[in-house]
Design a protein around this ligand. Structure first.
Ligand SMILES: [Zn+2]
Length: 274
């Protein structure tokens, strides 16, 4: 079945309703996963997909909420029978991050591998593609290009343009309002975009600077509406909600003031047929 599945629509704040950021695009038998947020393998299990069935993983940037379950995905893919190489694509720094994680777990994994004697140790092979050109992936029905987005001081940070035959899906990753993303989103069938709904000040865990800086490197409801309208996006799907619990009707109204297309307030496990 060809579909987009929102596996996790949350942010770093722990939530049992919105898990960490992760989105599956399943098309013509290929499973592309974007980001590996907290709980990704549990959400995959809820939609009946084994970690071993993921073919490629696209990482948007190296903030912890987007990569925290990468190792869990690697190991559980092997446990569930992956024989293929574990293939990750993402920004510079991803290889060092992944290999440092492997190193930390190496004593445990060596013991486990030797003791469990599984038939598919080839599933522990991995490749990390640190993306340095626009084109990331070209398959029979799918092509992926990276989009440079603006999540400064996190650099590089990517969005992705995913072409599924003639259908264009844009994934923002984390970014402030970004003209580059707006250009790439022109006439997109689907734009999956992050949004910072609200960040009320809480002096026990924030300074005034926390609020200013966190708000600054994300996109507001008004901005996401303007971007989608300017780009003539057909369907806007929101995810990566900060905070994970908010007034959904109010957000919908705020965006509608600026955008005339269809709005989907994303939820974990929401499936959109392609
Ligand atoms: Zn981020």
């Amino acid at each position: 079945m060809n579909k987009i599945i929102l596996l996790g629509t949350g942010c770093p704040s722990p939530s049992h309703i919105r898990f960490g950021p992760s989105t599956l695009i399943s098309y013509q038998g290929v499973n592309l996963l974007i980001d590996a947020g907290s709980g990704v393998t549990q959400r995959l299990s809820e939609v009946g997909i084994q970690p071993s069935e993921i073919n490629h993983i696209l990482i948007t940037h190296l903030h912890s909420d987007h990569i925290v379950d990468l190792y869990q995905l690697y190991i559980s893919g092997w446990h569930t029978g992956r024989t293929e190489t574990f293939k990750i694509h993402g920004p510079k720094g991803l290889k060092a991050f992944f290999e440092t994680t492997l190193e930390a777990y190496n004593p445990e994994l060596s013991l486990r591998r030797d003791w469990e004697n599984r038939p598919n140790n080839s599933g522990l092979n991995y490749s990390v593609n640190e993306i340095d050109s626009t084109s990331v992936l070209t398959l029979e029905h799918i092509s992926v290009n990276k989009i440079d987005v603006d999540h400064y001081p996190v650099e590089p940070a990517f969005g992705y343009e995913i072409k599924l035959d003639t259908t264009k899906v844009i994934y923002s990753g984390d970014t402030r309002y970004c003209k580059n993303l707006e250009r790439a989103s022109h006439n997109a069938d689907y734009l999956i975009h992050e949004v910072l709904v609200d960040l009320p000040f809480n002096k026990t865990r924030m300074t005034e600077e926390t609020v200013t800086n966190v708000t600054d490197y994300h996109t507001s409801p008004k901005e996401v509406g303007l971007l989608a309208e300017n780009a003539k996006v057909k369907k806007l799907i929101l995810n990566h909600f900060v905070p994970p619990v908010f007034n959904e009707e109010k957000l919908d109204r705020e965006i509608k003031e600026h955008y005339s297309g269809e709005i989907v307030i994303g939820k974990d496990l929401l499936e959109i047929n392609l």
